[in-house]
Design a protein around this ligand. Structure first.
Ligand SMILES: Cc1cc2nc3c(=O)[nH]c(=O)nc-3n(C[C@H](O)[C@H](O)[C@H](O)COP(=O)(O)OP(=O)(O)OC[C@H]3O[C@@H](n4cnc5c(N)ncnc54)[C@H](O)[C@@H]3O)c2cc1C
Length: 384
């Protein structure tokens, strides 16, 4: 459907659409069923420069805006959300370092990331602190010019495959969110190891593992901002990633499922008629399309607002949570209905829609569950 895109945004949309058709879609089912790091997607993204989209131009990046990132993640997720998860945390960490890193930190990390094959992980969740991330317990204690880090992070997307990790830790005496700080941790850090790869219901190919810090030694110069400012980094700089990240992934999944269901309904006959001609089926398709367009409008309006620096912090926070929650609930409903339209064929392994249904479920949970997003929306609207 029609979107107001500038020439640079249109160019990137077309480029990624072509790349997905040639290099991602043909491997999408295999990526899920093998459930191994998606090497073919990784190599395709390196060739296309997609891992350094958010880097400044002087480091060979594209200085990509929020709207373009939405387009990229949406296109890739139509075919393979697990592949989109190579780009999502990586761009999130780059954007955060751009937002809060000193010029020395930016020079140090971006010179290396300019190679174009670097991946980043985003590490907040712990075994006993998921939604209540403000109570996290991984502790970093200053010891000379480095921090000694101890604790465990869990559910970390990309697991041992990333080169750098943005890790939220507790420093100093500050209680709850006041004691949270953010460290950039290179993979080769001594005392850092990874637990087993988790077996998940969906998102096969997206590696998820535990990260264990045992007296891990991290240079003090890798602290972002000051001690105790980690929570403000999360709310003011990390939060918007939900629009171009998980919300756009959800939009892509919903569109992928809708397109598959539409094509199926226009081919499958029962009672000597195409099933698309039954009102029960065509109304399901009509509902899918309406809701997809509603989600698309909300996501791209919010992305444009962020790009144009419009609205207050609270306006943006409310819309970001609405996008995440609405789009991921929509992806769940759409994929369930797509399986229904496929009938028995939709319930078989190897059908694209059963994979999409399993993938969609994860997004209602991660990057702040939809209950937490509703709490944010409710808190903000009740302040009005
Ligand atoms: C595939 C996948 C990838 C992930 N990748 C990452 C990653 O890269 N980095 C990272 O840091 N984390 C990651 N996560 C973790 C994810 O962000 C957490 O799972 C999520 O925040 C929920 O935390 P939890 O699982 O501990 O659930 P809990 O917080 O224990 O919540 C359990 C249930 O209670 C609900 N609940 C909790 N508190 C409230 C409340 N106050 N009011 C109402 N309901 C509430 C939740 O919504 C949920 O339904 C990933 C998770 C998955 C599944």
């Amino acid at each position: 459907m029609f979107l107001h895109l500038n020439p640079a945004q249109k160019e990137i949309q077309e480029k990624v659409r072509a790349l997905v058709a040639e290099e991602i879609t043909p491997h999408a089912l295999e990526i899920d069923s093998r459930d191994e790091f998606p090497q073919t997607s990784y190599e395709a993204f390196i060739r296309a420069g997609l891992l350094k989209l958010s880097l400044p131009l002087e480091y060979g990046g594209r200085d990509t805006d929020t709207t373009s990132l939405c387009l990229v993640i949406e296109e890739i997720s139509k075919a393979s959300p697990a592949s989109a998860l190579l780009i999502f945390p990586t761009q999130a960490v780059i954007r955060i370092i751009r937002g809060v890193g000193t010029s020395e930190q930016q020079k140090r990390f971006f010179s290396d990331m300019a190679q174009g094959d670097r991946l980043c992980g985003f590490c907040l969740t712990e075994p006993n602190h998921g939604s209540d991330a403000g109570s996290l317990q991984t502790r970093a204690v200053l010891d000379g010019d480095c921090y000694r880090v101890n604790g465990t992070k869990t559910f970390i997307t990309l697991g041992p495959h990333a080169h750098y990790y943005l890790v939220f830790v507790r420093t100093g005496p500050g209680k709850r969110t006041a004691g949270v700080s953010a460290l950039i941790v290179p993979r080769e850090t001594s005392g850092l190891s990874f637990g087993k790869k988790e077996k998940k219901m969906g998102l096969g190919g997206s590696v998820t593992s535990e990260m264990i810090f045992n007296q891990a030694k991290v240079d003090q110069e890798n602290l972002l901002l000051q001690e105790g400012e980690g929570w403000s980094i999360l709310s003011h700089h990390a939060n918007i990633m939900r629009v171009w990240g998980v919300a756009s992934m959800s939009l892509g999944i919903a569109e992928g499922a809708y397109e598959a269901a539409l094509a199926f309904a226009k081919k499958r006959t029962q009672f000597k008629r195409l099933i698309a001609s039954f009102q029960a089926i065509s109304f399901m398709l009509a509902d899918m399309k309406m809701e997809i367009e509603a989600a698309r409008s909300m996501i791209f309006r919010t992305a444009a607002m962020i790009d144009n620096r419009e609205g207050t912090f609270r306006d943006q926070e409310t819309l970001v949570s609405m996008c995440k929650c609405y789009a991921s609930d929509l992806a769940m409903r759409t994929t369930i209905d797509a399986v229904q339209i496929y009938g028995g064929a939709g319930y078989l392994k190897g059908s694209p829609v059963e994979r999409m249904m399993r993938d969609a479920k994860a997004i209602q949970i991660f990057d702040g569950s939809n209950q937490i997003q509703r709490m944010i929306v409710a808190k903000n609207i009740l302040l009005d």
